[in-house]
Ligand binder design. Structure first.
Ligand code: AMP
Length: 282
């Protein structure tokens, strides 16, 4: 399996591999790979001649220094997982210095307001960091298709907006959420939960499903209040936000409209570990 630690070497290698017609699938990740990441890689290998997976814990998208410091880093295990999926996958694990050339700063982006809602509101600067790194990675890998998970739905909308605004020649492919047996959305941060917290965290999806049922014959406001009440009763999890929003614009649903698609978004804390999830309400 090929693994590159620097962008120049990867770019050289890809330029020798890329014949005029060969397609490149790209899966950006922050490592600590799980089955959710693996499903993105599998889809990419099915749809492209070449697949590149990046493993890079991007400092500029973390607003909380403790979250950055404690983010799991398991490169050796990740490489084994990637080669087990397909030994032809190319891994890219650059250093912070290689990606940021001594200036670990993000550039400001205008995503037409998408960046100010939910994750953007609670994690200031997060989407500038995401935009900066994804744009840089796209410039290095020059993918035909890039694979992102629906779990980070707002991130997907942001990336699509960046592609549209910058006229980038890449197709964004959105992949379904992979869940643990208790329906907790898979996440690298789950590694930091105790066994008990991880088992109990199934409640997040249960409440999301409950909200979906409520929303079918109640207003967004009533549904949101119901969710807040569920978390008030819970001793382990603290609700950061719950929002029902228009899938396209991510604006909060005030009054239901028949021709709009809605989605619920949630962020909760357990013992300083932040978990997010989402569900379609249509
Ligand atoms: P991350 O390493 O958390 O930055 O995630 C890398 C990519 O994997 C992102 O596009 C995520 O949305 C996606 N991803 C993360 N968790 C899951 C999951 N449980 N199911 C499917 N995709 C996921």
């Amino acid at each position: 399996m090929q693994i590159f630690y620097g962008k120049a070497a990867l770019m050289d290698y890809l330029s020798t591999l890329k014949t005029t017609n060969s397609s490149i699938g790209f899966v950006p990740t922050m490592g600590a790979l799980h089955e959710g990441h693996q499903s993105l890689m599998l889809q990419s290998t099915k749809e492209n001649d070449i697949t590149v997976v990046s493993i890079f814990v991007n400092p500029t998208q973390f607003n909380n220094p403790e979250d950055l410091e404690k983010y799991p880093r398991t490169l050796d295990a990740d490489i084994i997982k990637i080669s087990n999926i397909n030994p032809n996958i190319i891994a890219f694990a650059p250093t912070v210095h290689d990606m940021y050339e001594g200036k670990t700063l993000s550039q400001p982006f205008d995503f037409d307001g998408l960046e100010n809602k939910m994750e953007g509101k609670f994690r200031p600067g997060h989407f500038d960091g995401v935009g900066t790194i994804v744009k840089r990675l796209f410039e290095i890998v020059k993918p035909t298709r890039a694979y992102f998970g629906e779990k980070d739905f707002q991130q997907v909308q942001i990336i699509k907006k960046m592609v549209e605004k910058n006229h980038l020649q890449v197709t964004i492919v959105v992949c379904p959420i992979h869940r643990e047996i208790n329906n907790l959305a898979m996440s690298s941060r789950n590694e930091r939960l105790t066994l008990h917290e991880r088992e109990e965290a199934g409640i997040i999806y249960k409440i999301l499903n409950g909200a979906k049922a409520k929303f079918s014959n109640n207003s967004a406001e009533k549904t949101t209040q119901w969710v807040k009440n569920q978390f008030k009763k819970n001793k382990i999890f603290t609700l950061e936000y719950f929002e029902i929003a228009d899938e396209k614009t991510l604006t909060t649903c005030k009054r239901k409209s028949k021709n709009k698609k809605y989605r619920a978004f949630i962020a909760v804390f357990v013992n300083n570990i932040r978990l997010i999830d989402t569900i379609s309400l249509n």
